[in-house]
Write a protein that binds this ligand. Structure first.
Ligand code: NAP
Length: 593
């Protein structure tokens, strides 16, 4: 794309003062006086944009004492563009300037109804290749929420923005195209489905998946985050969703190997203790993730997911923290980024100076963070809950908070600016936040250290190997013990098998309840006089912890064992039974391989 010079733009005026953001060595370089593009948007757009520009400027002024300043460049999309560019809602020069300025922010836009118009947001996404839709979701004190502990939600969701069922490859029932595709699928691919089905295609590529996951992991690295969770439906859609998961792990391993570990390593190699400076890469099946975000939201930090999952999940999580109206967002390419309010134009409130500017405001906070201007971003993040907790809110929150004072959009901005300009000890607040974060991480770590298996299952992890399923707390007996004593141990510990220490040849054994029933009770022997060695099974069938659940299931089925022991070197470290495998498959289905 060639970039027009300022003189070539019809209506956009590049500010004479200020410098453009550049990209050097693969990173954006932000001057102290950058030119940033903005689109005020339609409907309520002008009201919230006016308010937010004042708040952002005030925070920057306060944080940098005038050394840094944004030089705003108005650009046009939507109805305002249509008025200026002869009915064109999405002028080429706007797309070009957004690319040229690298960073910009936009209010909501009306997509004209009727043929001939692409959705403006889709046009932006496609033309600028904004492949990552980024939604941070966290709770702000004072904001009404349906959760008991909304403060536990603090995630940043990266949703793939260009492929999946959104690729637009669909064939309507009854059309020749539909028939052609259906015939091919039936005749050539031997696929079976009902007559007259509408057909849609879900492309998920290695390139598209990897660049999205790469961005999510890089974000986690840059922002000291604890984990990245790949959310997918790979147990059902193996070659799209499952492939997304596998490619995600591949990026982590190949490109971020020195700063990441897998959850398997966390529980196995590191026994639940997260090594300093390492980010845990884990994955969850999409439907389990919806439960987990309600039950244990603090287990999740950065999320990377495919397009459709991300669409559902981002709104669901935002709603959990009462943040639908204030949820911010951004669409980001490798460097070019367009930050945006996530709600629409709410036309009935246009020009009433009434609505909540929160969504656009926090999109601007994201933008400041993206630019590396975290001090200004933090000022807004810190004063916002103070103002809301004081009950100074716009109409939408006022109707949910008893005793709140409803104020206009501009008055809400005034209240924030007043706080920003007042003395605020940013460093002290940051230290307190950091201390809280460390405390919470420690608590999670203690849970993992104390009850690794329970934690893993409770947190929704799909077991991958026998190491994930096995019972670790083994009870062992010496072969010289009586069977009666072994039975007492089983009853006391509520277990159905017990490991028998190595015999003179160094061979481990196992004694199960079934052995006792078949070899003692059925044969009318006395448990008090029979030695464990006499009825224990030796040698045991051992597999390494990495053995896949499928392999273990095959061994159990083929050889008719009811359990396998899990070994590390020549030491037995756990037992996995057919019941464990049954329960795992029943609960999670098959993880994609
Ligand atoms: P909407 O504009 O988001 O409004 C739906 C409702 O959400 C409003 O009536 C209002 O609820 C509440 N709301 C939205 N923004 C608010 C704010 N800043 N403060 C407080 N409450 C807010 O959705 P819509 O009515 O479905 O869509 C209207 C137009 O927006 C359509 O043309 C659509 O295409 C467009 N749209 C654009 C974008 C975008 O540009 N990103 C996104 C979505 C929709 P109450 O009525 O309960 O007060």
């Amino acid at each position: 794309m060639t970039t027009p010079t300022a003189a070539q733009y019809r209506h956009i005026k590049i500010p004479a003062t200020g410098e453009k953001i550049t990209i050097q060595n693969g990173k954006i370089v932000v001057p102290h006086q950058p030119i940033i593009g903005y689109v005020e948007g339609d409907g309520i757009g002008p009201d919230i944009t006016r308010a937010c520009l004042r708040i952002w400027d005030a925070a920057i002024e306060k944080a940098y004492g005038g050394q840094r300043k944004i030089h705003w460049c108005e650009t046009f999309l939507g109805e305002k563009a249509a008025g200026l560019y002869d009915g064109n809602y999405c002028p080429d020069e706007t797309l070009k300037v957004l690319q040229d300025l690298v960073v910009s922010i936009k209010g909501p836009l009306t997509t004209p109804v009727g043929g001939g118009f692409r959705s403006l947001n889709v046009a932006l996404r496609q033309d600028l290749d904004l492949y990552a839709c980024v939604r941070p979701v966290r709770h702000y004190a004072g904001v009404p929420s349906p959760l008991k502990h909304p403060d536990k939600v603090d995630i940043v969701l990266f949703r793939e923005n260009t492929e999946d069922v959104y690729a637009g490859i669909e064939y309507k029932t009854g059309t020749p195209e539909n028939k052609k595709v259906a015939d091919f699928l039936r005749n050539e691919m031997k696929a079976k489905f009902f007559e007259g089905a509408g057909i849609g295609i879900k492309p998920v590529s290695e390139f598209g998946s990897k660049r999205l996951v790469r961005k999510a992991i890089q974000y986690a690295v840059d922002n000291g985050r604890e984990s990245v969770t790949l959310v997918h439906k790979g147990n059902i859609q193996k070659f799209t969703e499952g492939a997304f998961r596998n490619w995600g792990y591949e990026v982590a391993r190949e490109e971020f190997g020195s700063v990441t570990i897998t959850e398997e390593q966390l529980y196995g190699e590191f026994k639940g203790k997260q090594p300093e400076g390492k980010i845990v890469i884990k994955d969850r099946i999409a439907d389990i993730m919806f439960q987990m975000m309600l039950l244990r939201p603090d287990e999740f930090d950065v999320i990377a997911t495919t397009n459709l999952n991300g669409d559902y999940l981002s709104d669901a999580i935002a709603a959990e923290v009462g943040g639908m109206g204030i949820a911010p967002g951004a669409n980001i390419a490798d460097h070019v980024a367009v930050f945006e309010a996530t709600h629409g134009t709410a036309p009935k409130y246009a020009n009433l100076n009434k609505v909540n500017p929160g969504s656009l405001l926090f999109s601007g906070v994201m933008m400041l963070e993206y630019m590396g201007w975290t001090e200004a971003a933090d000022l807004i993040t810190l004063v916002y809950p103070e103002v809301v907790s004081d009950g100074i809110v716009t109409y939408d929150f006022a109707r949910q908070i008893d005793g709140a004072t409803e104020v206009s959009t501009s008055a809400f901005a005034d209240a924030l600016i007043e706080r920003i300009q007042g003395g605020i000890d940013l460093e002290a607040k940051r230290r307190a936040q950091q201390a809280q974060l460390v405390k919470e991480r420690k608590q999670r770590e203690i849970r993992r250290l104390l009850q690794p298996m329970e934690e893993m299952t409770e947190s929704g992890r799909v077991p991958q190997s026998v190491g994930d399923l096995m019972t670790r707390s083994l009870i062992t007996v010496n072969g010289d013990e009586t069977v009666e004593n072994a039975m007492h141990l089983m009853t006391e510990n509520n277990i159905s098998s017990i490991v028998v220490e190595p015999d003179a040849r160094g061979i481990w054994g196992i004694l199960t309840r079934r052995d006792i029933v078949s070899k003692i009770v059925r044969n009318n022997k006395s448990p008090s006089t029979t030695k464990v060695d006499a009825i224990a099974t030796r040698p045991v069938v051992s597999v390494p912890a990495e053995t896949s659940i499928r392999e273990a299931a095959e061994m159990i089925a083929d050889a008719r064992y009811s359990r396998l022991t899990v070994a590390q070197g020549d030491k037995i470290i756990g037992i996995v039974t057919e019941t464990d495998i049954f329960n795992a498959v029943e609960k999670f289905g098959w993880a994609s391989e």
